[in-house]
Design a protein around this ligand. Structure first.
Ligand code: HEM
Length: 138
C-alpha cells in the first residue's frame, strides 16, 4: 500500500496568496520522481489555518529518495534561499526540517520573499483508499 506525507505549512495572515502563487510556479519536478503518485496543495478553510501539501508515494523509500534528490532541491530552491539554507541539506533524508520561524522579514525580491514561516511533516500509511468509479472524478 502507498504512503502519504503531508508537509504542514504555517503561513502568516495575508501570505496565503503568495504561497499559492509560488506553488503555481512550482518546478513540476516531483511528477517525474520514481514512486510518486499524487500531489495536492490544500488551502485551509475550517478547523486550521495551516496549508497542507499532500503527497502520496508508492513506499517510504521512494519518498526518501525524492527528499535526497536534485529534483527536491531544485523544486525547493527558492524556499531554501529564503530560509538561508538548502532544504535537503539537513541530511539523513530527514525531511527538510521544520522551518525556523526566522525568515527574514520583508526582504522582497522577484519571488516575493518567504511565504511559509514554519513547516512540519506528517506521515501515514494508506490503509484504505476509495475513489469514485468515474474516470474524471479522481
Ligand atoms: C522546510 C520545509 C519545506 C518548506 C518551507 C516547503 C515549502 C515549499 C514551497 C514554498 C514550495 C513552492 C516552490 C518554491 O517556492 O520553491 C514547495 C514545493 C513543493 N513542496 Fe515543499 N517545502 C518543504 C518541504 C517539503 C516536504 C518535506 C515535502 C513533502 C512532504 C514537500 C512537498 C512539496 C512538493 C511536492 C512541492 C512541488 C515540487 C515540484 O513541483 O517539483 N515540501 N515547498
Amino acid at each position: 500500500m502507498s504512503i502519504v506525507k503531508f508537509n504542514v505549512l504555517t503561513v502568516p495572515e495575508g501570505a496565503g496568496e503568495k504561497l499559492e502563487e509560488r506553488f503555481a510556479n512550482r518546478a513540476g519536478l516531483v511528477e517525474g520522481q520514481p514512486g510518486f503518485e499524487e500531489f495536492q496543495l490544500l488551502r485551509p478553510v475550517e478547523g486550521t489555518d495551516r496549508y497542507l501539501v499532500y503527497t502520496r508515494w508508492r513506499d517510504e523509500e521512494s519518498f526518501r529518495a525524492w527528499l535526497e534528490s536534485q529534483a527536491f532541491r531544485r523544486g525547493h530552491a527558492q524556499a531554501a534561499a529564503d530560509r538561508g539554507d538548502a532544504p535537503a541539506g539537513h541530511g539523513h533524508g530527514a525531511p527538510a526540517g521544520h522551518g525556523h520561524g526566522d525568515a527574514p522579514a520583508g526582504h522582497g525580491h522577484e519571488h516575493g520573499g518567504p511565504a511559509a514561516t514554519d513547516s512540519e511533516v506528517w506521515g501515514f500509511e494508506v490503509v484504505q483508499r476509495v475513489t469514485a468509479d468515474r474516470p474524471d472524478a479522481d
